[in-house]
Design a protein around this ligand. Sequence first.
Ligand SMILES: Nc1ncnc2c1ncn2[C@@H]1O[C@H](COP(=O)(O)OP(=O)(O)O)[C@@H](O)[C@H]1O
Ligand SMILES: [Mg+2]
Length: 291
Amino acid sequence: MGAVTVAGRSVPVGCGLSMFDPIYLGRDEYGRPVYVRLIYKNLLSGGEPGSGKSTLINAICCHAALCADARLVLFDGKWVELGQYEDVADKFVGPDLADAIVTLKRLQRVLDNRYAWLRAQGRRKIVASDHLSVIVAVVDELAYFSATVGAKQDQEEFSTLLRDLVARGRACGVIVVAATQRPSGVDIIPASLRDIFGYRHAGRCTTADSSDLVLGRGWASQGFDASAIAPEQSGVGYLLAEGGVPVLMKTPWMSDGQIEAVVDYAAWTRRTDTIPDPAQIAEVVSIKEAA
Ligand SMILES: Nc1ncnc2c1ncn2[C@@H]1O[C@H](COP(=O)(O)OP(=O)(O)O)[C@@H](O)[C@H]1O
Ligand SMILES: [Mg+2]
């Protein structure tokens, strides 16, 4: 851990990244690094189990954790996919649909307040110099909340709230990143929700149709077909982002230990208590010694 010494005192080095910076998401088939700016965008990752969705989400979570201007809100029906980030998250929602709905409603309120603030200034979107934190809402295995647990009515409410967040969050610094196994129309994610994610990532899919369901209609027939990815190529997928054409790329896999190290450091840079003044510590010690 880095630290600089100022006037005889050790001051920890803060986090050096921003959500307005490009995020490293891996390497393309020519070995070039792939960077994507997620601010004012949302990202959906789809693909079969083991295709590398969570790995991509980890890259984004690690970046966000190290950003001074990011706050993480995590939804994880399995606990363990995003569990390592609990210490750096403002809110961690486990397998609890009611909690997920309440959390989305709270985010909706933040959205309303931020838009009122922007409107009062005659502006359309937040910028880095506003120093508002960017809220990164990450949902791993979206289908768990939208189609698996709870009553149908609650699943629909979850999807409606999330759709509002995706549709309105961008301009006011709320980014949604979601992963799902099978982004097929009605049963898992309503098409109206799927279609408003601007950026898409397709890990290996079983059919060309499923690949098109993630990336958008017609890409498979033009050669951008995630079902052509070999099953053993975990982490390889097509990313449809800034260039407008899907890029074949591989996500940067991190071991649990590496993630832990990043989160540990990030949690330290995000601590809310201040470093005790060495002079005060010396005073306390000398009082105790005198007693
Ligand atoms: N970029 C990668 N390089 C090497 N192995 C990877 C990569 N991405 C994923 N894997 C392997 O695939 C496994 C499943 O990946 P994961 O991201 O959890 O898939 P999903 O979330 O789509 O089910 C990982 O545990 C890892 O072993
Ligand atoms: Mg996963």
